[in-house]
Write a protein that binds this ligand. Structure first.
Ligand code: PNW
Length: 460
């Protein structure tokens, strides 16, 4: 039996737009994802999150499922436009009520809420009026929204995450244009990224100045990163892999832990990478109480060869031409339904890399998981591949902890099959199977499996 440290947090995660539905009910305003899904061919089969898992109406049933699985912590996000329908101004009481009810029910069942303030559903009004994350003023609006959340929910919520995956917002939203707001540019991602960092820093500043002392909670940011393994042991490839990690994770983590962007980015991007003023550096450096990490996969990285143009096959390399990195996967690596390689060893290496680079921070894996097609076996899904995936990655986490990494929590993505952004309902990450049209909720694996994994890992 593998022992995890005492107090290790075991949870599962979701986000508002992916599960809530009720997109225009009880005063909720539209977000950029509500709008993006209306544009033909942006999303697989033109699907939307209008209904999704209908969690807004069925949250009590969902919390009961969590309880039955033995979940100890639940990470969800607040929809900004339920609280502030146009992003600022008047508070929508019904929105506050919904999250109050959810939080109370979780606590009643001894499930610890971990709350993300921004999981990509920017108020559409702020996109139309001020170009969303491209406008520096957005940071103040975000901080005001965060302030409201701390004020209303902070008496019960003790774990806050400001922004989920700034990299995805910047690169997929403003670089490759495959996510809302669907823009393509090699300048805008770095500007949007800058404002995302400032928004995070300002929200943390509000929390620390006004709330943290009485409320006694913690606040941090969650960044995502794959592992990059050098394709060969040539210095060029070793450097390419390091640079790829810097363009992926350090872009957002170096400012927070060291006060500025990595030198490799400055050197290559020059003026396309904004700069922090000393006042900004003051609030951004040290602005995370823990290192939130979303980790899914691993790729080989190599120095781009002379004359070779770009690129990663899978699109999850960022703007490859800015990095001169060529990505690939091993021929015999097994892939998930997202075509993301399964490589638990990469998870261990990444945890140890973060531990070294950021001086032994407390790390929480706020997402890890895999998509596999659901093969129904009676009332259950034969979920062998997911079980193996989770066991492999937990093993890697355990090994990293043995090697001294201060990993204190693990959240499986996702609690329910849900709206997988541009992939619609085509990719299934959930521990529970959801059929959007009938809204059936079936555990993927038996309750026995959950109990077994929990027990085998020394979690009880
Ligand atoms: C994360 N990439 O998204 C998100 O936080 C979740 O909302 C999402 O459902 C989950 O991972 C699975 O995709 C990502 O291209 C989307 O590298 C794309 C990438 C990474 C994470």
């Amino acid at each position: 039996m593998k022992e995890f440290p005492k107090g290790f947090v075991w949870g599962s995660a979701t986000s508002a737009y992916q599960i809530e539905g009720a997109w225009n009910e009880d005063g909720k305003g539209p977000s950029i994802w509500d709008a993006f899904c209306q544009i033909p061919s942006k999303v697989h089969l033109n699907e939307t999150g209008n209904i999704a898992c209908d969690h807004y109406h069925r949250f009590a049933e969902d919390v009961a499922l969590m309880k039955r699985m033995g979940l100890k912590a639940y990470r969800f996000s607040i929809a900004w436009t339920r609280i502030l329908p146009t992003g600022k101004g008047e508070i929508n009481k019904k929105g506050i009520e919904f999250y109050n009810d959810l939080i109370d029910l979780l606590l009643y069942h001894d499930i610890e809420p971990w709350v993300t303030l921004y999981h990509w559903d920017l108020p559409l009004a702020l996109q139309l009026e001020m170009d969303g994350w491209l406008n520096a003023d957005i940071a103040d609006y975000f901080a005001e929204y965060a302030d409201i959340c701390f004020q209303y929910f902070g008496d019960r919520v003790k774990n806050w995450i400001t922004i989920n995956e700034a990299w995805v917002v910047a690169i997929l939203g403003y670089g490759q244009g495959v996510f809302a707001p669907g823009r393509t540019s090699n300048v805008e991602p770095y500007l949007a990224g800058h404002h995302l960092l400032l928004a995070h820093a300002k929200a943390v500043d509000v929390y620390r100045q006004k709330y943290q002392a009485q409320q006694n909670g913690r606040i941090g940011i969650t960044n995502n990163c794959d592992w990059r393994e050098p394709l060969t042991q040539n210095t060029d490839d070793i450097n390419a892999a390091e640079r790829a990690l810097e363009f992926f994770l350090s872009w957002f983590s170096d400012p927070i832990y060291k006060g500025d962007y990595p030198a490799s980015m400055r050197e290559r991007l020059q003026d396309r990478l904004p700069t922090f003023t000393p006042e900004q550096q003051k609030i951004i450096k040290g602005s995370s109480d823990f290192f939130g990490l979303n980790h899914y996969t691993t790729m080989y990285a190599a120095q781009t060869k002379e004359g070779q143009k770009e690129v990663s096959v899978y699109g999850n390399g960022g703007l490859s031409e800015d990095q001169d990195v060529d990505l690939s996967v091993g021929k015999d690596w097994k892939l998930t339904d997202m075509e993301w390689a399964i490589a638990p060893w990469g998870c261990q290496k990444l945890l140890e890399w973060i531990d070294r680079r950021y001086d032994h921070p407390e790390i929480v894996i706020t997402e890890n998981g895999c998509a596999f097609p659901d093969v129904l076996d009676g009332r259950e899904v034969n979920d062998t591949e997911r079980i193996q995936f989770v066991e492999g990655y937990l093993d890697a986490c355990h090994q990293a902890i043995q090697n001294g990494v201060n990993l204190t929590g693990y959240f499986l993505w996702s609690f329910l099959d849900n709206f997988e952004w541009a992939s619609g309902y085509n990719k299934q990450f959930g521990l529970h199977y959801i059929q959007p049209d009938t809204l059936r909720r079936i555990p993927k694996a038996s309750a026995d499996w959950y109990a077994k994994v929990i027990k085998q890992n020394g979690l009880l």
